[in-house]
Design a protein around this ligand. Structure first.
Ligand SMILES: Nc1ncnc2c1ncn2[C@@H]1O[C@H](COP(=O)(O)OP(=O)(O)O)[C@@H](O)[C@H]1O
Ligand code: SF4
Ligand SMILES: [Mg+2]
Length: 325
């Protein structure tokens, strides 16, 4: 297999709070290969967005990177100065955040925003910029007449497509997406997912796709990482996890897909809510909600136990692994 395009190693992020640091991301590690589609799932508040901000070097105070490395094509992004990062961002990897309305400049047309992004990376030829802007818009199925539109003149779905097209402008090798479809209705969500997948297949970029809705990535991701309370609790091939999830949290998520609308609702398969990151439960972070909790679960923290192609942070997996050996 080719070398990974991105290696995330032991990433830790904290938010200071009056009660002490909230450890939103705690020693997260994974790698992603060229052209691979990795889904990251977990309930709201589990640290998914914070992790993406840390990977893309877009963390802003009060968030603090407390440790770890993000190695992109052999270069540790954590050690790069902001100028060097600006060169890499958009050209080598790009980012699509949850709300295009926040990411787009409301007082500039789509054409002007695309031109700004391209000029910042050394493109000066107006005709070439215009041609590439048309091209990426057509890739996401938007008529080039909308180059002259302002963000507020577009529907929510079109704005997200405009953002995805912008992420494609410089043909990056990796696109990082944080719930890019969550503001859309179910039909628009599906059609955008199909489109993202088709683009990924034809253009060959890798994707990290964050969502709280596991059903959304089931058909589209090659691998899945499940996050709970700042840590990865399960990671492996998507098919494998859907067929036979290893972690009780993943089993709970699969039993009940949360609604994409409205307020947070308790998941059918999992009572309670994710913990406060300042006062994490002892032992296994999931133990207060776990249907399979054992005595040792509230005392020792489980490791990520690897068996075959799946890694699972649960003592039940350790036992299975030992019995197999
Ligand atoms: N500005 C902030 N100040 C303090 N804590 C924060 C802040 N933003 C996020 N957090 C903490 O980080 C955790 C993870 O948040 P986030 O990364 O947004 O999760 P997700 O994207 O999975 O919903 C939250 O549960 C919260 O404890
Ligand atoms: S380690 Fe224990 S509490 Fe944690 S998920 Fe496994 S069985 Fe449940
Ligand atoms: Mg989030």
């Amino acid at each position: 297999m080719a070398d990974p395009i991105l290696e995330v190693r032991d990433i830790r992020v904290e938010y200071p709070t009056p009660e002490g640091p909230a450890r939103a991301v705690d020693r997260v590690s994974f790698a992603i290969h060229p052209g691979e589609f990795l889904g990251i799932v977990g309930e709201s508040g589990c640290g998914k967005s914070t992790l993406l901000f840390a990977i893309t070097q877009l963390l802003t105070p009060p968030a603090r990177l407390a440790g770890g490395a993000v190695v992109f094509k052999g270069q540790n992004l954590v050690q790069l100065a902001e100028g060097a990062l600006r060169t890499v961002r958009w050209r080598d990897y790009s980012v699509v955040m949850q709300s295009a309305m926040n990411a787009l400049n409301p007082v500039k047309t789509v054409a002007a925003q695309y031109a700004d992004a391209m000029r910042a990376h050394g493109y000066a030829d107006r005709a070439a910029i215009r041609a590439r802007s048309r091209e990426v818009l057509s890739l996401v199925g938007i008529d080039s007449v909308h180059l002259n539109s302002f963000p507020h003149q577009l529907s929510g779905g079109m704005r997200q497509r405009v953002m995805i097209a912008m992420a494609l402008l410089l043909s990056p090798e990796l696109i990082v997406m944080d719930e890019p479809t969550s503001a859309l209705d179910v039909v628009a969500q599906r059609s955008l997912m199909v489109q993202i997948k088709a683009l990924q297949r034809s253009l060959g970029f890798a994707v990290i796709f964050v969502t709280h809705d596991m059903s959304l990535v089931g058909h589209f991701s090659d691998r899945l990482a499940v996050m709970y309370a700042g840590v990865i609790v399960e990671i492996g091939p998507t098919r494998r996890i859907f067929d036979s999830p290893g972690h009780p949290y993943t089993q709970g998520l699969l039993e009940s897909f949360p609604s994409v609308y409205g307020p947070k609702i308790p998941l059918k398969g999992i009572p309670g809510a994710p913990p406060n990151m300042v006062m994490l439960p002892t032992g296994c972070r999931f133990h207060p909600r776990c249907a399979k909790v054992m005595e040792r679960c509230s005392i020792d923290p489980p490791e990520l136990y690897e068996a075959e192609d799946l890694s699972v942070r649960c003592f039940l997996r350790e036992a299975a692994h030992v019995r197999c050996a």
